[in-house]
Design a protein around this ligand. Structure first.
Ligand code: SF4
Length: 73
């Protein structure tokens, strides 16, 4: 989400860009659990065993993350 451009230079100067680390998963042999778990900075044990469902979090916005709803608070 930090890569999403914001059309306000004051906001852009204050924002912190998150640089993803880790290996890009193979699309031929994706990891077990969440496909993003090799690069996610907040992955938990659950992310390595259980694939998150793709669901509509708010009308018109879909996510596949076990913890996406925690960022709405
Ligand atoms: S389910 Fe969410 S928290 Fe877990 S690895 Fe995937 S994106 Fe990260």
């Amino acid at each position: 989400m930090s890569a999403v451009p914001v059309p306000d230079p004051d906001v852009t100067k204050k924002s912190k860009r998150i640089i993803l680390m880790g290996d890009i998963p193979s699309p031929v042999n994706p990891p077990i659990g969440c496909n993003f778990n090799t690069r996610c900075p907040v992955a938990t044990d659950r992310c390595y065993v259980e694939e998150p469902p793709y669901e509509e979090l708010v009308p018109g916005h879909f996510v596949a993350c076990h913890y996406a709803d925690q960022n709405l608070k």
